[in-house]
Design a protein around this ligand. Structure first.
Ligand code: GLY
Length: 385
């Protein structure tokens, strides 16, 4: 186990515990953080083996807690107000009061929905995040963004990503890299999209160099390398969240974490897109694949705007490809249609696109009101054959 990463937020500060086999010790981490619920509701992602959930509930029961369990289907469609309502009912049926805690065990969708339920139940109870995907470990479980999607049926069926939510910081995050061993390789690779994103915004190239040289070991499941990968990435996110918790810094701050995401959110809501042009059955794109495409589009935009050289863009595209993630996608709708979907992004201000654009390698900045033609070129740059 590496030393925990602390997210410094005054009275709401918390630790992110990272290591292999740490889930079994969740009760002792709660005790050291002086978190003493009498009851917990464990929200288990149906993709997570029941054995992991059992290990946590057994450990909590052995420590004298009353542990209840419910499940959640980790799909974008199920990331809905209906699911949140069902879980709120489960929380009430489990008898949680304001001193108790919701424990999220699973990927990013599970953490987002369970966190949102915890933010709303009796105006807020604690949430403990136990992420089991690389993507949730390095991104979704840290920083307190919680929420669900909003489906609009107004002729053109639209799924507005994370449109209903709350900032609700966890009280503790326990990232057990042993859980990554049961992940499908495709799901593990998705987390690397967020790691590459972090490496492009830290302010130097150290993380990019380390990620490039450690990628193969991470993909091979080396627990020590995965622990270090999660630690380094959580440290990047913790720093930005501590500086700008609510993403109000117009010059960057937490918003830098949205690099590639406005493109990604537009692309991932198109259900027919597949990461492999030879295999349509892999559609729809997973979030990490859409992020990888969003990073590729953002680097194309950066080259177009003279903020990045072609060689720097090629280095990023090489790394994305090496991680087994797509840099182009077949059957992408016309650019103006994709650009219109980008305007649905909740970070749009007054109908103007606000994009994060790389500046060379390891740095990025905010760009307001980006020219539609440049956005169109960036979308065309990821259009596959
Ligand atoms: N995933 C971006 C953020 O937490 O701000």
């Amino acid at each position: 186990m590496s030393p925990p990463v602390r997210v410094e937020l005054g009275a709401r500060s918390y630790d992110v515990v990272i290591g292999s086999g740490v889930l079994d010790r969740v009760a002792s981490f709660l005790a050291s953080a002086e978190i003493c619920p009498a009851r917990i509701l464990l929200v288990r992602d149906t993709g997570v083996p029941e054995a992991h959930a059992q290990a946590i509930t057994d450990a909590l029961r052995a420590a004298g807690l009353e542990a209840h369990q419910t499940t959640l289907d980790p799909s974008e469609r199920a990331k809905s107000l209906e699911t949140a309502e069902r879980l709120l009912g489960d929380t009430a049926r489990a008898g949680l009061d304001r001193h108790d805690a919701v424990v999220a065990l699973g990927g990013g969708i599970t953490g987002d929905v369970a966190g949102f339920v915890a933010s709303a139940y009796r105006r807020g109870v604690r949430v403990v995040q136990c992420p089991t995907t690389l993507l949730a470990m390095v991104d979704a479980s840290v920083g307190g963004k919680t929420g669900v999607n909003l489906a609009l049926d107004d002729g053109a069926e639209r799924l507005l990503k994370n449109f209903v939510g709350a900032f609700h910081q966890p009280s503790l995050v326990v990232a057990d890299v042993a859980t990554l061993a049961s992940l499908e390789p495709r799901v593990l690779r998705c987390g690397l999209g967020e790691c590459i994103k972090h490496a492009l915004i830290t302010g130097d190239t150290d993380l990019l160099d380390w990620t490039t040289s450690s990628l193969d070991d991470a993909l091979a499941g080396d627990a020590a390398v995965l622990t270090e990968l999660v630690r380094k990435n959580v440290a990047v996110k913790a720093r930005l969240v501590a500086r700008d918790e609510r993403e109000t810094d117009a010059s960057g701050g937490r918003a830098l974490l949205n690099l590639g995401h406005t493109f990604a959110h537009a692309i991932e809501t198109i259900p027919s897109l597949s990461p492999d042009p030879e295999d349509a059955s892999l559609a729809p794109l997973m979030h990490g694949e859409a992020v990888a495409l969003g990073l590729a589009a953002a680097t194309a935009l950066a080259v177009d705007l003279g903020r990045m050289t072609g060689a720097e863009r090629d280095a990023v595209l090489w790394l994305i490809g090496r991680a087994g993630l797509p840099t182009s996608v077949a059957s992408l709708p016309p650019s103006d249609q994709v650009a219109r979907r980008m305007l649905d992004d909740k970070k749009t201000l007054g109908g103007r696109l606000r994009l994060i654009v790389p500046e060379g390698l390891g740095r990025a900045g905010v760009l307001e009101g980006v020219d539609a033609g440049a956005v169109g070129h960036a979308i065309d740059a990821i259009r596959g054959p």
